[in-house]
Design a protein around this ligand. Structure first.
Ligand code: FAD
Length: 377
C-alpha cells in the first residue's frame, strides 16, 4: 500500500503552490507533504515564540513583488488568495539609507509594488495548503534524510528515526536532498537523491543533479530583536544602498509591529564567506549577533527613537539561512520532471521569471503542476 500518489518534500511557497495548483486543476491523485519545519512557509516562514503566544516575526522574506506579465496559470492560483485577503499590498513604507545615513524614499526596492501575507507571511503557504479541503496528508517537524527508489515507487525516511512514507512519485522543493552543500553543513556523506538513483540510470536526472551541484546560493545571518517601542509609524523595510551594503555587510532592516505595542526587528546580515560546519556554526552565530548589534546605532542614525529602543532590545538570536536566494546556474524547466525516475523539482532555483525570488518559487510549482496534471496518478 502506498501512502500517496505524490509525495512533496517541503512546504515552502513552491511546494505549496504545486499542491494547490494540482487541486485547482482537479488532479485526482492523493498527495502528502513532508516538511522539516514546524509549519508551512519555508523561507517565507513566520517565527513564533513559546514565551509570547501572540508574537509573530517574518524572519525570512518579509514580502515580495511580481513582475508583469504574469502567466495566467500563476494569476489563477493567486486570485483566491487576493480575494480572501491573505495576499495583499504591503502596508508599511520601503526606504533606503546610504553609507552617510541619508534617506531616500524612491529608487530600487522602494519603487517595487510589495506584496505580503496577511496577517503574516506564513499565512500564504497556510492558505495554499488549505485549498486542498483536507484531501492532503501533512507531516511537519520531519526532516527527510534518506530517499529510496524501490521498484516503481519512492520511500522517504526521516532523519534519526524509522518514520517513512511511500509514494508513486516524488517532488523535492528546496535543493537540500539534491545539492552537495548539505554534505559539509549537515555532515552527510552523499547527496541523498544520488544515493537513491545511481548515475547512468536516468540521463535527465543526471543532468539535473549536475546543474544543481553547480548552483550557488547566498547565506544570510538574520539577527532578530524585540524592541520596546510601537513601530507603526516606521518603515516596514529599510534597505541599504548597494554601496552601504558592501560597507556594512547588511542588506536591509525589517520592522514587524506586534499587537502589544512592541516591534520585532530583523537585521538581514550578509555573509562573510567563512566555512560553515557543525563545529564552526555556533561560534559564527555569536560573532554575527555581536557584529550586527554593534552596527545598529550607525544604521539607524536617521531614526533616533528606534536607535535608542535597540539599546534596550532583547535579542531573539540569529537565524542562519543556508541558502537564502540562489544566484546562478538555474535548473532548466525541461529538467523539472525526470520521468524515468518519477522524481521532480520545484523551487526558486528553476530558470525563468522571478528566478531566485518568491515569484520564481510560485511559478515553478505552478508549472510543474501543469505538467503533472497531464499524468495519470
Ligand atoms: C532572508 C530572506 C529574504 C528574502 N527576501 C525576499 C524578497 O524580498 N523578495 C523575494 O521575492 N524573495 C525573497 N526571498 C526569497 C524567497 O523567500 C524564496 O525565493 C522563496 O520563499 C523560496 O520558496 P521555495 O519553496 O522555493 O523554497 P523554501 O521556502 O526553502 O521551501 C523548501 C522547504 O523544503 C523544506 N525541506 C528542505 N529539505 C527538506 C528535507 N530534507 N526534509 C523535509 N523538509 C525539507 C524546507 O524546510 C523548506 O520549508 C528571501 C529569502 C530569505 C531567506
Amino acid at each position: 500500500m502506498l501512502d500517496a500518489d505524490l509525495v512533496v518534500i517541503g512546504a515552502g511557497l513552491s511546494g505549496c503552490s504545486l499542491i494547490a495548483r494540482l487541486r485547482q486543476l482537479q488532479w485526482p491523485g492523493t498527495m502528502a507533504v513532508v516538511e522539516a519545519g514546524r509549519g508551512p512557509g519555508g523561507r517565507t516562514a513566520t517565527r513564533r515564540r513559546r514565551d509570547e503566544p501572540h508574537w509573530r516575526l517574518d524572519h525570512g522574506a518579509p514580502g515580495f513583488h511580481l513582475e508583469d506579465p504574469l502567466a495566467e496559470s500563476v494569476q489563477s492560483l493567486l486570485d483566491p488568495l487576493r480575494d480572501n485577503g491573505v495576499l495583499r499590498q504591503a502596508k508599511g513604507a520601503v526606504m533606503s539609507v546610504d553609507t552617510d545615513g541619508s534617506i531616500s524614499r524612491s529608487g530600487g526596492p522602494a519603487d517595487r509594488a510589495w506584496l505580503e501575507g496577511e496577517p503574516f507571511m506564513a499565512s500564504l503557504c497556510e492558505a495554499l495548503l488549505a485549498m486542498n479541503d483536507g484531501a492532503l496528508s501533512q507531516h511537519f517537524g520531519r526532516r527527510v534524510r534518506t530517499l529510496q527508489r524501490d521498484g516503481d515507487h519512492w520511500c522517504v525516511v526521516q532523519e534519526g528515526s524509522d518514520w517513512q512514507l511511500r509514494g508513486r512519485r516524488l517532488v523535492l522543493s528546496g535543493s537540500l536532498l539534491a545539492h552537495p552543500r548539505s554534505l559539509a553543513m549537515l555532515d552527510w556523506r552523499q547527496v541523498p537523491l544520488r544515493e537513491a538513483v545511481p548515475a547512468g540510470q536516468d540521463p535527465e536526472l543526471d543532468q539535473a543533479l549536475e546543474t544543481l551541484a553547480l548552483s550557488r546560493a547566498e547565506v544570510r545571518w538574520n539577527l532578530m530583536l524585540d524592541l520596546p517601542l510601537n513601530g507603526d509609524q516606521y518603515p516596514r523595510q529599510i534597505w541599504l544602498t548597494p554601496e552601504a551594503q558592501a560597507h556594512w555587510r547588511v542588506e536591509r532592516l525589517v520592522l514587524h509591529p506586534q499587537a502589544d505595542n512592541r516591534t520585532g526587528l530583523v537585521v538581514h546580515g550578509l555573509d562573510s564567506g567563512k566555512t560553515i560546519t557543525p563545529e564552526t556554526q555556533p561560534v559564527l552565530l555569536k560573532q554575527e549577533e555581536q557584529r550586527l548589534r554593534q552596527l545598529l546605532p550607525e544604521l539607524l542614525k536617521a531614526w533616533p527613537e528606534l536607535q535608542s529602543a535597540c539599546e534596550r532590545a532583547e535579542s531573539l538570536g540569529v537565524m542562519r539561512w543556508g541558502a537564502s536566494q540562489p544566484i546562478d546556474h538555474p535548473l532548466p524547466p525541461a529538467l523539472q520532471w525526470c520521468d524515468a525516475s518519477g522524481v521532480g523539482f520545484c523551487g526558486d532555483y528553476v530558470d525563468g521569471p522571478g528566478f531566485g525570488r518568491a515569484e520564481g518559487a510560485i511559478r515553478s510549482g505552478v508549472n510543474l503542476a501543469q505538467h503533472l496534471s497531464t499524468l495519470t496518478p
